[in-house]
Design a protein around this ligand. Structure first.
Ligand code: SIN
Length: 349
């Protein structure tokens, strides 16, 4: 009898341990209580924020502003240290670094997130958004909710969508007006399946290079062209290495601001709230200013006289949309009905 009780006790402890460790015990880690009077200097929180762009871009400016607001709102108890220009990590390496707690906040392009979670490919469908209002409706509506829910399964906590702007196409070979003009050109793209296939469908040659390699691959002729926002094209000097630009607004470059979920939930609740408050203020600022920043960069590029610029017309856009329909056919299934229905709803408005 005693033996039986011992065996049963072992079994019970084993089952509970397996449940806790192996079968995903879902409880959030407990936040720490704060008593500022009792805390020493070494109790300050240092959050490392890594991103890959220049400081004078929408994301670069927003990250600095966020750091300042968090410092103010927490009386300096939370310090956000910003590392721009991929000083610490390239975009794809940021995810692992975040999970290891080497860094604490990242703001990768939505296309970079799609490598981890294919539902995010929805944001890379060509011409999916016609203007900034549609992008905002996607970020603030059901599409944004579904994307953040989905990325939660990877241990990531989405705290905001940040804007940059619409992407334009640049190259060194010829003006790109019709879809046929892009045939045979080698083009640097971010590592999103939908972006890669967009160029394949057009018989171009998509090539994957990290953001910090773009200037080099353009200037050495390793690729003929690339796509990016006006602020990135200007701040990184890509426009000086290209002859032609098509202002096409064919995709939107936005960012997901992400934290490691476990890390975020172990911060004292007051600090979590301050971080969210600061993030909301910066997100609003960015929404109002990202277009202004990109417009200013267009003005500077136009005045540099470095590029021959073609502004895509509405009737040309129609032809491009038709040429790129196979991307919707293929990726609609991968993205799934729930998100695609929201896209159709948004486009119908
Ligand atoms: C970024 O804006 O974060 C980088 C975009 C790119 O890789 O082209």
């Amino acid at each position: 009898m005693k033996g039986l009780i011992t065996i049963c006790s072992f079994l019970l402890v084993g089952i509970l341990t397996a449940y806790y460790i192996g079968f995903g015990f879902q409880e959030q880690p407990k936040p720490r209580a704060i008593d500022k009077e009792l805390e020493g200097l070494n109790e300050k929180y240092l959050l490392r924020f890594s991103h890959v762009v220049a400081e004078n871009t929408p994301k670069g400016l927003a990250a600095s502003m966020f750091a300042q607001l968090v410092r103010e709102k927490t009386d300096g108890w939370v310090e956000v240290q910003v590392f721009p220009n991929a000083m610490l990590y390239e975009a794809q390496d940021e995810f692992d670094a975040l999970m290891r707690n080497d860094i604490h906040i990242i703001a990768p392009a939505l296309s970079e997130v799609s490598v981890l979670d294919r539902k995010w490919l929805v944001m890379d469908l060509p011409y999916v958004f016609q203007n900034e209002q549609m992008v905002e409706a996607a970020f603030n509506g059901r599409i944004g909710e579904l994307l953040f829910e989905s990325i939660g399964d990877y241990g990531l906590h989405g705290i905001a969508f940040w804007d940059n702007g619409f992407k334009q196409f640049t190259n060194n070979i010829r003006p790109v007006v019709e879809p046929e003009d892009i045939k045979g050109l080698s083009v640097r793209v971010m590592p999103s399946e939908a972006l890669v296939d967009t160029y394949r469908v057009l018989d171009a040659k998509p090539r994957l290079f990290s953001f910090n390699e773009v200037y080099n691959v353009l200037s050495t002729g390793i690729v003929d062209g690339t796509e990016n926002t006006l602020s990135n094209i200007y701040s990184k000097g890509f426009y000086r290495q290209q002859k032609y630009m098509t202002v096409s607004n064919h995709n939107y470059l936005g960012y997901a601001v992400l934290m490691n979920s476990n890390f975020f939930h172990t911060l004292p609740v007051d600090y979590q709230n301050s971080i969210i408050e600061a993030m909301n203020e910066v997100t609003m600022w960015l929404r109002e200013h990202s277009k202004v920043i990109n417009d200013e960069m267009l003005y500077r590029i136009e005045n540099s006289g470095q590029l021959e610029i073609h502004y895509q017309t509405e009737s040309e856009k129609k032809i491009w949309r038709q040429a790129l329909k196979p991307i919707y056919d293929k990726y609609g299934q991968i993205i799934g009905d729930e998100l695609m229905k929201e896209v159709i709803k948004l486009q119908g408005k």
